[in-house]
Design a protein around this ligand. Structure first.
Ligand SMILES: NC(=O)c1ccc[n+]([C@@H]2O[C@H](COP(=O)([O-])OP(=O)(O)OC[C@H]3O[C@@H](n4cnc5c(N)ncnc54)[C@H](OP(=O)(O)O)[C@@H]3O)[C@@H](O)[C@H]2O)c1
Length: 281
């Protein structure tokens, strides 16, 4: 279940030049949703900056393979803890795992999430409820578990995956867009609250991004103007390091999210509804 590869920091040469994410050089980052897409890209970029990693998601084989690869390539420690965040007890189990290992998390990346395309009443009830659990409940729970020790240390960073869907209602992915609006506002509020403690909190808002997301959410036909997961992850880490409370990845996405503020909300929702309406409705 666990990947036990400890590389003491003192084996690293002082000449080694950390990348952007060298900001977290030698520290521990916890990444949820690390088995695919943007989560893998976070892991790769952070490992290249010699950040030690705790990787979690449901697919243990993928996590173990990623941990093996990153450990071999970058000589970083990578721990694996498989967990299903739809289970309300999962955040406590992840927290207990890091405590048991004596790991201090300096960077928490709440990345795991999924959507589901379709009319609200046609989406399986349990799937909608799990979406809220994974995209919102687990985010609050993990953040609530790790923030107190960051506050005590006067040090720590939290990155939360929101979306361009956070900026308006989106019919036919109504629950997903609402969860992402929650994530954005939660991060922005916390960013302000945590400033006096020297803790940074940032919401990363990607638009369409290359990953398994569209297949999982059954919305492949809306995958357009796609950015790479690597670019999106880099944008998020850069914004967090710069102390921004949110960042929208991609200029087109930025203009879209802010441009729509100039028109009435009802109009924006209606337009989104036209774009997302199933062809047979
Ligand atoms: N791709 C996009 O276009 C896009 C746009 C805006 C925002 N986002 C956000 O970006 C984040 C990452 O998504 P992605 O694009 O990288 O999608 P992805 O390739 O589908 O990856 C999603 C990750 O979340 C994990 N996950 C899903 N359900 C989980 C559960 N019940 N318990 C634990 N882990 C779970 C998956 O791991 P397992 O399946 O192994 O559990 C996977 O590692 C999400 O929060 C998403 O809302 C994505």
């Amino acid at each position: 279940m666990r990947q036990e590869n400890i590389f003491p920091e003192d084996i690293l040469s002082h000449q080694e030049k950390p990348s952007l994410s060298g900001k977290w050089f030698g520290k521990w980052a916890l990444i949820t949703g690390a088995s695919a897409g943007i989560g893998v890209a976070f892991a790769e970029e952070l490992a290249s900056g010699r950040t030690k990693l705790v990787l979690t998601a449901r697919r243990k084989d993928r996590l173990e393979e990623l941990a093996r690869r990153l450990t071999a390539t970058y000589k970083v420690s990578a721990e694996v803890f498989p967990a299903d965040l739809a289970d309300p007890s999962a955040p406590e189990k992840i927290f207990a795992f890091t405590k048991e290992k004596g790991i201090e998390i300096d960077l928490l990346i709440n990345n795991a999430g999924f959507g589901q395309y379709g009319e609200f009443t046609s989406v399986e009830k349990q799937r909608s409820l799990h979406m809220v659990q994974v995209n919102c409940h687990a985010v609050v729970h993990l953040t609530r578990l790790y923030l107190p020790e960051m506050v005590a240390r006067r040090r720590g960073d939290v990155l939360i995956l929101a979306s361009t869907a956070s900026f308006q209602a989106v019919p036919y992915i109504s629950t997903y867009a609402a969860t992402k609006a929650f994530d954005l506002l939660f991060a922005e509020g916390l960013a302000e609250e945590m400033k006096p403690y020297g803790i940074r909190v940032c919401a990363l808002c990607p638009g369409s991004t290359e990953s398994e997301f569209h297949a999982v959410s059954e919305q492949e036909k809306f995958q357009r103007r796609v950015e790479t997961a690597e670019k999106v992850a880099h944008t998020g880490l850069k914004a967090l390091a710069a102390g921004k409370s949110y960042v929208i990845s991609g200029l087109g996405n930025y203009l879209g999210a802010h441009g729509e503020r100039l028109v009435p909300r009802r109009f924006v929702t209606r337009m989104a509804g036209k774009m997302f309406k199933p062809w047979n409705k």
